[in-house]
Design a protein around this ligand. Structure first.
Ligand SMILES: NC(=O)c1ccc[n+]([C@@H]2O[C@H](COP(=O)([O-])OP(=O)(O)OC[C@H]3O[C@@H](n4cnc5c(N)ncnc54)[C@H](O)[C@@H]3O)[C@@H](O)[C@H]2O)c1
Length: 284
């Protein structure tokens, strides 16, 4: 299989014929492009039929429209990943409509509101954060892998879980204000390894992409509300995380890494936690 990759006429990262489900494929409204949306557009540019899943219907439809404007193929599925049955429905709808699942990107996360005066958050908000950031990831991994294992070939499907260096880089992650986020990402790292081990015999791969500071509307918004920062302070705080002075990336850098992981060219990679963080986790 991989011998063909060295051929001069091989088209790299060709996803044609593949169905890729991008969970969190809308984005928080605003001027920057989000990681899920950029990944969905990238997968469509490389030939995949893309299922754009989001709780925010307008945002999902906007991604579908952007893909259509470039001549790509996609459709929206509106779902709330904090609900197990909604997670199952994502893949039921995809199988009914497209007949297969080859790729799944889990790119959803939230930071529940935090009360700085009492240094707490409500139990309901905490639980919702874990449900979205972690349990939804587990169910989407499970249901995606169960679809993928029906495919033929030595690599039957690829799962990419979008995690964060907040799960490993202590001075970011060890902060009570983002506990359901960081804890959820730690869980997502584990879920990746679990999926990789559980479904390896069926040819399903799973990898974690651990992002550093990416210039997204969600990251900018959460920094401002959770840490009471001005936009300029939030931008500086994101840049300060990267001690190697690599600055901040856009979601397009994420999308190229996602493309590699979805494509058959990465067929020997599974169960990995890959840091896309400008070296932030290298020098603290
Ligand atoms: N931006 C960063 O600096 C950064 C860093 C590390 C990791 N990440 C990760 O990248 C991913 C995407 O984040 P982003 O910053 O690009 O934001 P984004 O704009 O893509 O926003 C997240 C999306 O998730 C959707 N969503 C929220 N709750 C949902 C639910 N219950 N069900 C379904 N959809 C739901 C939102 O509607 C939104 O479209 C997240 O997993 C985030 O943790 C981002």
């Amino acid at each position: 299989m991989s011998a063909q990759f060295g051929n001069i006429d091989h088209t790299p990262f060709d996803l044609s014929g593949k169905v890729v489900v991008v969970v969190g494929g809308g984005q928080m409204p605003g001027p920057q492009i989000g990681n899920g949306r950029a990944s969905a557009i990238m997968a469509a540019r490389h030939g995949a039929e893309v299922v754009v899943v989001d709780k925010n219907e307008a945002a999902a439809r906007e991604t579908v429209d952007m893909i259509a404007a470039e001549g790509g193929t996609s459709y929206p599925v509106i779902a709330d990943v904090s609900d197990k049955e909604d997670c199952r429905r994502i893949f039921d709808v995809t199988m009914q409509r497209s007949g297969r699942v080859d790729g799944m990107v889990y790119s959803v996360a939230i930071n529940p509101p935090f009360d700085a005066e009492t240094d707490t958050m409500t139990t309901a908000d905490f639980d919702h954060g874990i449900n979205v950031n972690m349990l939804g990831g587990y169910y989407c991994n499970l249901f995606a892998a169960q679809c993928m294992e029906r495919n033929d070939g030595d690599t039957t499907g690829s799962i990419v879980n979008i995690s964060s260096i907040a799960s490993v880089k202590n001075e970011i992650g060890l902060n009570i204000r983002i506990m359901p986020y960081a804890l959820g990402k730690c869980g997502l790292n584990y879920i990746t390894e679990l999926t990789a081990a559980q479904f390896a015999a069926s040819g399903v791969r799973a990898n974690t992409l651990m992002l550093g500071p990416i210039d997204s509307n969600l990251a900018n918004h959460d920094c401002q509300t959770l840490f009471e920062q001005t936009p300029a302070e939030a931008e500086q705080a994101h840049r300060d995380v990267v001690k190697l002075k690599m600055g901040r990336a856009s979601a397009w850098e994420t999308a190229y890494a996602v493309l590699y992981l979805l494509a058959d060219e990465s067929r020997f990679m599974t169960g990995q936690q890959i840091r896309l963080d400008g070296g932030a986790a290298l020098l603290r």
